[in-house]
Design a protein around this ligand. Structure first.
Ligand SMILES: N[C@@H](CCC[C@H](N)C(=O)O)C(=O)O
Length: 310
């Protein structure tokens, strides 16, 4: 009989950026990069753009210092097993899991991430939505995350980014939302091609740990659409931090800087998997609202898990 641990999981998504959620409340699991990649495999595993381990902050060495501000830590991994600092869609799905499991109530909540503590607001229902009547209000209501401030490098080589796909290159904006992004405005999203391989981004020195790449077109006033190639996951149907980076890049391009005007600015960002509504406030904080859905739960077969997991 197998002595391998039984591992419960849930599956969820935010605008079709999908995740395997692994509750490990007391932080007893060792999840190797290989184990994460196996679980996220869409043919041989559960499948997902990433894996989110739910751990009590006090039980995780990277989160212990945040435990007095946020009870729960989002340990986020990309589908190739690599670690990422932050996941904007993931943090909404994380909050939905906590609500569903009775570990948090609708309303305000703080979540610890590798990029710091993020404030989350879980709408009680569509009527409590940050934007009543918004298309993002599903049966469970939308979730809003205060994503922190975008960081853009000052003039210099790190600001002069070029993104290349095949024969075509575009200038891009370097925006950090806790994790790195290169945002390129294009004429047509199809120009990004099949995105089976990561676009080339130069200079490499601007992104010592690699980057996510967004391709953006205009849809109307304060309304854009994007595709994304995610570091560690490939093309996905959505990226929350990427959509925030896109919103800030679009606002700067459009001459809208809330820090200068004193007024918040809001963009609708369409992604292949849905719609996100994103605002930047005069104090520089970026706020994102979108759906978060849990679709299934189950248990991984301990025999299949084998010895990859401790
Ligand atoms: N999909 C996420 C971002 C996940 C991390 C990213 N691939 C990285 O390596 O930085 C989001 O919704 O923000």
């Amino acid at each position: 009989m197998s002595t391998a641990p039984r591992l419960s999981f849930l599956k969820g998504h935010g605008t079709e950026n999908d995740f395997v959620i692994v509750p490990d409340l007391d932080g007893s699991l060792e999840l190797s990069a290989a184990a994460v990649a196996r679980i996220c495999d869409r043919r041989a595993g559960i499948g997902g753009d990433g894996l989110i381990r739910v751990v009590r902050s006090s039980a995780h060495p990277e989160a212990r210092a945040m435990a007095d501000q946020a009870e729960w830590f989002m340990d986020y991994r990309n589908s190739d097993g690599s670690i990422a600092e932050m996941c904007g869609n993931g943090v909404r799905v994380f909050a939905r899991y906590l609500q569903r499991a009775g570990l948090a109530e609708a309303g305000d909540l703080a979540v610890a991430t590798r990029a710091g503590v993020r404030r989350v607001h879980i709408a009680k229902d569509a009527g409590d939505a940050a934007r009543p009547g918004d298309a993002t209000a599903g049966a469970d209501g939308p979730i809003t995350v205060v994503m922190g401030e975008a960081t853009l490098p000052g003039p210099g080589p790190e600001a002069e980014i070029t993104v290349t796909v095949g024969e075509r290159s575009w200038p891009a904006r370097n925006v950090n939302m806790g994790n790195p992004h290169a945002v390129a405005f294009v004429d047509d999203l199809a120009q990004a091609g099949d995105l089976l391989a990561a676009p080339a981004v130069r200079p490499a020195s601007a992104y010592p740990h690699g980057t996510n790449v967004e391709f953006v077109v205009d849809r109307g006033p304060r309304h854009v659409a994007m595709r994304v190639h995610e570091r560690g996951s490939g093309e996905t149907r959505s990226c929350g931090t990427g959509a925030c980076a896109v919103m800030v890049a679009a606002a700067r391009r459009d001459g809208a800087d809330p820090a200068v005007t004193g007024h918040p600015v809001t963009y609708t960002v369409d992604v292949p998997g849905g719609r996100l509504v994103i605002s930047e406030r005069p104090d520089g904080t970026v706020e994102m609202t979108g759906p978060a859905v849990i679709v299934a739960e189950g248990e991984l077969d301990p025999v299949w898990l084998g010895t990859d997991l401790g």
